[in-house]
Design a binder for this molecule. Structure first.
Ligand SMILES: [Zn+2]
Length: 372
C-alpha cells in the first residue's frame, strides 16, 4: 500500500467510525422523541390512533403501526443514508453507481427490511398475545427458523435483487477451485460469478446458501486476481466450512438473542404496567427496539471477538492448504481495493471488527512458513 493510499484508507476508516456512532445517536434520538412524555408520549398517542383506525383489530393495528414506525424512520434518515452510503463512497472513489441506481437499491433494501420487520414484529406480538409472559421462548424459536429460511433464500431470492450472477464457465483456476472444494467434502450447487463491479470497486468472495442453495460466489473483480490468489481466498472460505464456523456463530447468536429477548420481556412487562397497556399491544414498539438495539451494542465485542477467532482459524486453514505468499498478496490487494486500514486501534478492533486487522493477517501469512 502506498503512503497516499494509506492516508486515504485512514480517513475513510475515521469517517466510517463516526458514521457508526451517529447511526446509534440518530436511532436513540428518534426513540427518545417517541417515548418522551411517558404515558402521554408521541408513540402511545400514535398507537391509540392506529388501534382506533383499525377498530382494535390486533393483526391490522400491529402491522400498520410497525409499518408507520419503520417507514417514518426510513424517510427521516434518507438524507443521512445518502450522505453515508453514496456521497462518502463516491468521494473515496469506491462506487460505480449512478445516483438513480443507488436510489433504486436503497428503496429495494428499505422495502425488504420493512417487510421483514413487519413479519418479525407481528410474530413477536402474536406470541405475546397467545403465549403471554413466556413469549420470548417462541420468539427465540422463530428467530432460529428465520435465520435458516434467510440462509436458504439469500443467494436465490435476495442477492439477485441487487446483483446479477451466473455460473462460472471458463476460468483458468476453475478446475483447481473445484478440486479444493471436492477435497474438503463441501457440497455446493455451483461456482458463481457475481457481477459487483457495475456497482462497486470493492471485491468479495463468499460461501452462501444452505442445503440445496449452497454455492460459492466470487465477485467479477476478484476473478481478475492471479489464479493462486483466488485459490488462497477460496481456501479461506472453505476453512469456514471445515471448522463449522457458520453453525458455531449461529449457536452463539441464538444464545445471545434468547438472553436479549428474556431481558426485553422483563422490561416490556414493566413498561406495560407503567403505561396501562396490554402486553401484546404494539404501542411498546419503541421500547422493544430501544432495548434490543442496546443489547446488540452490548454483545458486539463478544460476537465480533468470536468472529475474529473464526476468521483467524479460516486464515490458518488457507495457509495450510494454499500458497501463503499468494494469500498475503490477495489480502493486500483486497485491502487496497476496499480501502481497509492495515493497523487498527485495539479498542475499535475489539468493538467493531469482525475480522482481525489486515496488517495482522498479512503478517501471519507472510511469516507462516517460517513458523511451521
Ligand atoms: Zn472469512
Amino acid at each position: 500500500m502506498t503512503e497516499e493510499l494509506k492516508i486515504k484508507a485512514e480517513r475513510y476508516e475515521r469517517i466510517r467510525n463516526i458514521f457508526f456512532l451517529s447511526d446509534q445517536v440518530l436511532l436513540f434520538l428518534f426513540l427518545f422523541l417517541l417515548l418522551y412524555g411517558g404515558k402521554a408520549s408521541l408513540a402511545l398517542r400514535c398507537w391509540r390512533w392506529t388501534a382506533e383506525l383499525c377498530r382494535s383489530n390486533f393483526w391490522l393495528s400491529t402491522l400498520l403501526f410497525v409499518f408507520l414506525f419503520e417507514a417514518a424512520y426510513v424517510i427521516l434518515t434518507l438524507p443521512y443514508e445518502y450522505l453515508k452510503d453514496y456521497r462518502v463512497e463516491l468521494k473515496f472513489d469506491l462506487t460505480n453507481q449512478t445516483f438513480s441506481g443507488w436510489m433504486a437499491d436503497f428503496f429495494k433494501s428499505s422495502l425488504l427490511s420493512v417487510l421483514l420487520l413487519m413479519a418479525a414484529f407481528l410474530f413477536c406480538y402474536a406470541s405475546m398475545r397467545y403465549v403471554g409472559e413466556y413469549w420470548f421462548l417462541l420468539a427465540s424459536a422463530g428467530w432460529i427458523v428465520l435465520q435458516i429460511v434467510l440462509g436458504m433464500i439469500f443467494p436465490v431470492l435476495i442477492l439477485p435483487l441487487f446483483y446479477k450472477s451466473e455460473e462460472l464457465k471458463e476460468h483458468p483456476c476453475k478446475e483447481e477451485l473445484l478440486k479444493l472444494i471436492d477435497k474438503a467434502g463441501l457440497k455446493i450447487t455451483g461456482l458463481y460469478r457475481l457481477d459487483m463491479s457495475e456497482k462497486t470497486k470493492k471485491a468479495n468472495a463468499m460461501l452462501c446458501g444452505l442445503g440445496a442453495t449452497r454455492r460459492v460466489m466470487l465477485s467479477d473483480g476478484l476473478l481478475e486476481y492471479l489464479p493462486e490468489e483466488i485459490v488462497a481466498i477460496m481456501a479461506h472460505e472453505i476453512g469456514h466450512y471445515k471448522k463449522r464456523h457458520i453453525w458455531k456463530l449461529a449457536a452463539l447468536h441464538t444464545v445471545l438473542i434468547f438472553l436479549g429477548l428474556f431481558i426485553l420481556s422483563r422490561v416490556l412487562s414493566w413498561y406495560c404496567g407503567f403505561c396501562g397497556l396490554e402486553l401484546s399491544e404494539a404501542g411498546t414498539l419503541p421500547v422493544f427496539i430501544a432495548v434490543f438495539s442496546l443489547w446488540q451494542l452490548v454483545i458486539m465485542p463478544l460476537t465480533n471477538g468470536f468472529s475474529r477467532r473464526c476468521e483467524n482459524e479460516a486464515d490458518l486453514f488457507a495457509l495450510e492448504n494454499a500458497d501463503n505468499l499468494a494469500f498475503a498478496s490477495a489480502l493486500k490487494r483486497l485491502a487496497a481495493e476496499n480501502l481497509a486500514v492495515m493497523e487498527v486501534n485495539r479498542f475499535i478492533e475489539i468493538f467493531l471488527y469482525s475480522h482481525p486487522a489486515t496488517g495482522k493477517r498479512v503478517a501471519l501469512a507472510e511469516n507462516y512458513k517460517a513458523r511451521s
